[in-house]
Design a protein around this ligand. Sequence first.
Ligand code: ADP
Ligand code: MG
Length: 258
Amino acid sequence: MMSGTQQRQGGEPLLVAEQVRKVYRTGEIEVEALAGLDLTVHRGELVAVMGPSGSGKTTLLNCLSGLDDIDGGRVLVDGQDLFAMSDARRTSHRARSMGFVFQAFNLIPVFSAAENVELPLLLGGTPAKEARRRSIQMLERVGLSHRVGHRPNELSGGEQQRVTVARALASRPAIVWADEPTGNLDTQMAEQVIALLHELNREEGQTIVLVTHDPAVGSSAGRLIRMRDGRLVADQRQSSDGQQWGPVGRHETVRVEG
Ligand code: ADP
Ligand code: MG
């Protein structure tokens, strides 16, 4: 178990993005959605990403996770260059090391909660019995042990989003990407989902990158980055006592005490 200081500051670099560029071309029009962006995410960090609509937050998540291609730069995950891999290797690397929570829940309507959570495990080759065991375990972890047999339309929005959190975590990914996960939820449900992400970060050291519009959510994360026009315009980390914010250096190495 990590100390509070370690969680705030993060451990060794898990993801390193260097000069990442992404250009969308629609007919004659080019949009530079990522304009040579550098970012290092350390193991155990909860990073909130804020910025106006169109500033490149979703593109950042899609490119740094390898869901989408990049037009320049590189992304290292655990020291491995994502875009130097074949598509097939990148896909299996992503299935093993990354989990996703989107604004739309993307649950399969005819499947129960347990079936939705175990599906990616089955696709990844986990034996059925083990997949079911882990699915139930994850649903318990997100407070849904009484809903394992329910289908999405028999669950509230907050419960559905907790199923997607369980699904994202079932493969025990190194990093979880969450793109405005509370965008479709009312305030109370949103608070529950955010509290759950905090808990997973605090208690299990789960590394999470979370896009949010909510300033309260942003300032409760250990680290807050702000984007504008495809660039990072601010990158700040909270002190371990939560009293102060300080800038995060571009190519810093974080020292972990103890
Ligand atoms: P955010 O998530 O911060 O709202 P996005 O990453 O979705 O921003 O978009 C960044 C910019 O890239 C915007 O100007 C957007 O219009 C453009 N963009 C995003 N996706 C596409 C796409 N598939 N095709 C063309 N332009 C896109
Ligand atoms: Mg977006």
